[in-house]
Design a protein around this ligand. Structure first.
Ligand code: PRX
Length: 650
C-alpha cells in the first residue's frame, strides 16, 4: 500500500476518553442535520445568555433572498462569555500564555487579570466616543493587547476589524476607509524573527491617504520603545489611557445577530471584502469546534500558531478557547527563530497538549531534517492540527512521526474566513485518519459536490465543493455590500453556498480538498486575489498588462508567478524585474511579493480579449504537454513564445 493510502485508525484509549467517539459522532451528526433546531438549542446552553433564544435557525440561501440568522431573539455579550463567567472557577488560571519572539521573554495572564485589563480598555474606548456598532481597526503585533482590544470592543458592542500586521500602509488605509474606523489600535513596532516591523510608521503613512481623516485617535502599545513620530491630539499611549480607566465596566447585552467583527479577505475579483461575523452563532460555533475538534479538556495548554490578523487567530487563539475557559498560548515569533527547534522547545516549556499550525510551517521545518526536533521531547502533546491549505501526505507523515512522536492524531481542518470555524475535519476520538484528507463534515455542515453546471454528483467523485445549508458560524454578509455577498457565494449555484474550492470524495465518503478553483492564490496559507496583485502591477508606469497565477511551490504550497507585458518604449531588464517585485511588496505587503516575473510580449487571449489563465497556469507549472483546448486563442504564437521563455526551465 502506498504511503498516500495509509489509514491511521482512532486510538482506542483516545476514543474512550474523548468528548466524541465514532458512534456519538454519527448520532449527533444525524441530529444536527435532520433536526438542527433541537441540536443547536441544546448546544446554545454552552454559552451564558442575557436572554436565551426562542428562535434557533432562520436562514435562506435563495439568491433572491440570502438571509442568515441564528438565535435571532437571543441576547448575550461575547466578552462576558470569554471572561466574566470563568472568574469564579478559573480566575487564577492562565488565560493567555504569551511567548515572546525572544525565547527569554514570556508572560502569563490569568483570567482575572485579562478581565480587568479588558474592562479598563473598554472604558477607555467608551471615553473616546466608541460605542455599540462603531468600528475599531486593530493593526497589532502578536501581543496580549491584541486579544484585549478584540475583547474590549466586544464588551461595549463595538465592531473590530483586525488588519494583519504584514499589510502595507495602502492596504491598511483601504480597510480603515471601508470600515470607517474612528480609532486605530497599534504598537510602535512588532518583532518577528529578531527583526522589527514599523507598525506605527505604517499607520502614520496610511493616515495620509484619502478618506482616512475619519480616524480621530491612534492608541499605541509600547512594544519595543523604538523611535516613532507622534501626532499630539491624535496619538495616545495605550498603557496610559488604559491605566487611567476604571476596571468596572458592565458588559453590554447584544443581540445574537449584532456584528462582532469585520475581517477582510481576498476574492477572485475586486478589492478585499469585509466579511461580517455576528455574535451568538459565531461564538457558539467557535467554542464547540474548539472543544470537540481538538478534544480540549480543562487544564490542557492549547497553542494555535496562527496570527490574530487571520480568521484562525480570531476563532482559535481568542474566541473559541477563551469561551471554553482554556489556556491559550500566543506566540509572537516565527517557528525558525532563533533556531529550527523553536516549536518543540515552546511545547516543552509550556507543556502544550494541543498544537495547531500550518502545512507551510511544517514543510519549512521538514526541509531542515528531523534532527531539528532533537532539542525537545514534546511528551505533553496529545492532539495536532493543521489549517490553511492542503497538506501533502509527506508533510502529514512528518508532522505525525517527528513532531508528534507517532502518538498524536492530526486534525486536518478545512474551513475559510467565511465559515467562521471548522467545516470538514476529523475528530480525535471518532475519525480514522488518511494523510492529506480533511475527512468528514462537522456537526450541522452538509457538504456536496457539484459539476460546473451545478448538478449534484453522488458517491466517489471529483468536483466543486458547496454547502447545502447554513451553520451558526457562517459570515452573514460583506460589510456595506450585501449584493456582493450574494453574488460571490450564492449565485454560482442556486440555493447553495459556493466555497471556491475543488474536492474529491472517496469511496468511504471522505473529503479531500484539492484547492481553489477560482482566481484566488493560497501562498503559505495566506489568501490573495490575483486581481489585487495585477492591479498593483498595472499601476506601475512601465507596465501595460499583467497576469498573475499560482504555481506549485515545495514549501509555500503555491508561489506567485507573474506575466508582464511592458509598455512599448520600456527595456525588459533584470533590474526592472526586481523593481516590480519591490513595487508589489510595498503596495500590498511582503506576502504578495512575486516569486517569478516573466516578460510576456503578448498574453494568450480569446478572440473576445479575455486572458486564458488556464494556459498561463499550465505554463507556470511546466505542464506544457497538456495545454488543453487552444482553439479559441486569438494568436497561438503567443503561447509558443511564452513556453520558449518560461522562467524556470526544468
Ligand atoms: O482553499 C481553502 C484553503 O484556504 C482557503 C480559505 O482561506 P482563508 O479564508 O484565508 O482561511 C484560512 C484558514 C481557515 C480555503 O478556501 N484551506 C483552508 N484549510 C484547508 C484548506 N485547503 C485544504 N485543506 C485544508 N485543511
Amino acid at each position: 500500500m502506498s504511503e498516500h493510502q495509509r489509514l491511521y485508525p482512532v486510538d482506542a484509549s483516545l476514543a474512550a476518553s474523548a468528548w466524541v467517539d465514532a458512534d456519538r459522532y454519527r448520532e449527533l451528526y444525524r441530529q444536527s442535520v435532520e433536526d438542527p433546531d433541537t441540536f443547536w438549542r441544546e448546544q446554545a446552553k454552552r454559552l451564558d445568555w442575557d436572554r436565551f433564544p426562542d428562535t434557533i435557525k432562520n436562514t435562506s440561501f435563495a439568491s433572491r433572498n440570502v438571509d442568515i440568522r441564528w438565535f435571532e431573539d437571543g441576547e448575550l455579550n461575547v466578552a462576558y462569555n470569554c471572561l466574566d463567567r470563568h472568574l469564579e472557577r478559573r480566575g487564577d488560571q492562565p488565560a493567555i500564555i504569551w511567548e515572546g519572539d525572544d525565547p527569554d521573554q514570556h508572560k502569563i495572564i490569568t483570567y482575572r487579570e485579562l478581565h480587568q485589563r479588558v474592562s479598563q480598555l473598554a472604558n477607555a474606548l467608551s471615553a473616546l466616543g466608541i460605542g455599540k456598532g462603531d468600528t475599531v481597526t486593530l493593526y497589532m503585533p502578536m501581543v496580549p493587547e491584541a486579544a484585549m482590544a478584540m475583547l474590549a470592543c466586544a464588551r461595549i458592542g463595538a465592531v473590530h476589524s483586525v488588519v494583519f500586521g504584514g499589510f502595507s500602509p495602502d492596504a491598511l488605509a483601504g480597510r480603515i476607509v471601508d470600515s470607517r474606523s474612528r480609532v486605530v489600535i497599534t504598537a510602535d513596532e512588532s518583532v518577528r524573527g529578531g527583526k522589527q516591523v514599523p507598525l506605527k510608521d505604517n499607520v502614520d503613512a496610511a493616515l495620509t491617504r484619502e478618506g482616512t481623516d475619519v480616524v480621530e485617535t491612534v492608541l499605541v502599545v509600547k512594544r519595543t520603545s523604538g523611535e516613532i513620530e507622534w501626532q499630539d491630539g491624535r496619538d495616545r499611549w495605550f498603557d496610559e489611557v488604559v491605566d487611567a480607566a476604571s476596571s468596572e465596566c458592565p458588559a453590554v447585552a447584544m443581540n445574537a445577530e449584532d456584528p462582532l467583527f469585520i475581517l477582510y479577505t481576498s476574492g477572485s475579483t475586486g478589492t478585499p471584502k469585509g466579511l461580517k461575523h455576528t455574535s451568538g452563532g459565531y461564538l457558539l460555533y467557535a467554542a464547540l469546534t474548539h472543544e470537540t475538534v481538538f478534544d480540549y479538556h480543562p487544564g490542557d495548554v492549547y497553542w494555535c500558531a496562527a496570527d490574530v490578523g487571520w480568521i484562525t487567530g480570531h476563532s482559535y487563539i481568542v474566541y473559541g478557547p477563551l469561551a471554553n475557559g482554556a489556556t491559550t498560548l500566543m506566540f509572537e515569533g516565527v517557528p525558525t527563530y532563533p533556531d529550527h527547534g523553536r516549536i518543540g522547545k515552546i511545547v516543552d516549556k509550556h507543556n502544550v497538549a494541543i498544537l495547531y499550525t500550518s502545512p507551510t510551517a511544517i514543510r519549512a521545518l521538514m526541509a531542515h531534517g528531523e534532527h531539528i526536533m532533537d532539542s525537545s521531547q514534546r511528551d505533553s502533546l496529545k492532539v495536532l492540527g493543521t489549517v490553511g491549505e492542503p497538506i501533502n501526505p509527506e508533510a502529514w507523515e512528518w508532522f505525525y512521526r517527528v513532531v508528534g512522536n507517532s502518538r498524536c492524531p492530526i486534525m486536518d481542518t478545512w474551513w475559510q474566513t467565511e465559515t467562521g470555524g471548522h467545516m470538514i475535519t476529523p475528530l480525535p476520538g471518532a475519525t480514522d485518519l488518511k494523510p492529506g484528507c480533511a475527512t468528514q463534515p462537522f456537526f450541522g455542515v452538509q457538504p456536496a459536490v457539484v459539476d460546473n453546471d451545478g448538478h449534484r454528483l453522488e458517491g466517489a467523485t471529483d468536483g466543486n465543493l458547496v454547502i447545502l445549508d447554513s451553520w451558526p458560524g457562517q459570515a452573514r454578509s460583506i460589510w456595506n455590500n450585501h449584493e456582493r455577498f450574494v453574488q460571490t457565494y450564492f449565485s454560482t449555484y442556486e440555493g447553495v453556498y459556493f466555497t471556491g474550492d475543488g474536492c474529491r470524495r472517496d469511496e468511504q465518503g471522505d473529503y479531500w480538498i484539492t484547492g481553489r478553483i477560482d482566481d484566488v492564490l493560497n501562498v503559505s496559507g495566506h489568501r490573495m486575489g490575483t486581481a489585487e496583485i495585477e492591479s498593483s502591477l498595472v499601476a506601475h508606469e512601465s507596465v501595460a498588462e499583467a497576469a498573475v497565477v499560482g504555481y506549485p511551490h515545495d514549501i509555500k504550497g503555491q508561489g506567485i508567478y507573474v506575466y508582464v507585458t511592458l509598455n512599448d518604449d520600456v527595456e525588459p531588464t533584470d533590474e526592472l524585474k526586481q523593481a516590480l517585485k519591490q513595487w508589489v511588496r510595498k503596495d500590498i505587503g511582503p506576502i504578495a511579493t512575486p516569486d517569478f516575473i516573466q516578460w510576456a510580449p503578448g498574453m494568450p487571449k480569446t478572440r473576445s480579449g479575455k486572458i486564458m489563465r488556464r494556459i498561463l497556469r499550465k505554463i507556470a507549472a511546466n505542464e506544457t504537454d497538456g495545454l488543453g483546448d487552444t482553439s479559441t486563442l486569438a494568436d497561438p504564437s503567443v503561447v509558443e513564445d511564452l513556453i520558449e521563455n518560461r522562467h524556470i526551465k526544468s
